[in-house]
Write a protein that binds this ligand. Sequence first.
Ligand code: ADP
Length: 231
Amino acid sequence: MSEPTLALSARDLRRDYPMGESPVHALRGVSLNVAPGEYVAIVGPSGCGKSTLLNLLGAIDRPSTGTVSIQGMRVDQLNDRERTRFRLLHIGFVFQRFYLMPALTASENVELPLAEAGLNRAQRRARARELLSYVGLDARIGHRPSQLSGGEQQRVAIARALGNRPALLLCDEPTGELDAHTGAAMIALFERLNADGTTIVVVTHEADIAAAAWRAVHMKDGAIVSDARVR
Ligand code: ADP
């Protein structure tokens, strides 16, 4: 009998950053499986390797050694172009700094990756409207990022990340730049996304985000030190 395909499987990941005489060993052998529909928080002190790990899981960066599979597809061996294409179609990534295009409206920002994935204009418009409605921004479709609050910009970034129905949503410090009230709304949105079937891996140093996840993976000095179901 074949195993059900994991959303994510990482094996023995190491990532060394060359720094002259003394390279930084940012990851020292990390293995992690995530099943479809899981909601996982990766927590640990600053500098322990969380962002490095997320970048490998999201096929943004390649490991020094080790393997990463997303939905059964090995991504660590893909070249830059192939990884870009794979990310576009299979992974939603929400960065701490959002990276919205300032000259584009909320709708146009959400439409960008949909255009790259080959949807026509009418399809993009309709899908962007649906996504922005899902994250509660019906009334902000035509606004530019500078006309939106931090929390609203984050919602646009999440809507954009969900555009191509990714197998996996990866988020780096999703409430890092938000006030407590907006952060709580973001946590509620993540819970709804997960309840609707999105697999989520979120890097955070915030206890309330970690507490909202189903599973907490604790890291220290480039390694996983505990991995437990929290609720
Ligand atoms: P975290 O996300 O947990 O704060 P990071 O993954 O950003 O940790 O960093 C892990 C370690 O790798 C840190 O010691 C950091 O200084 C180092 N590091 C991260 N990125 C680079 C880089 N591009 N070049 C050199 N060292 C890096």
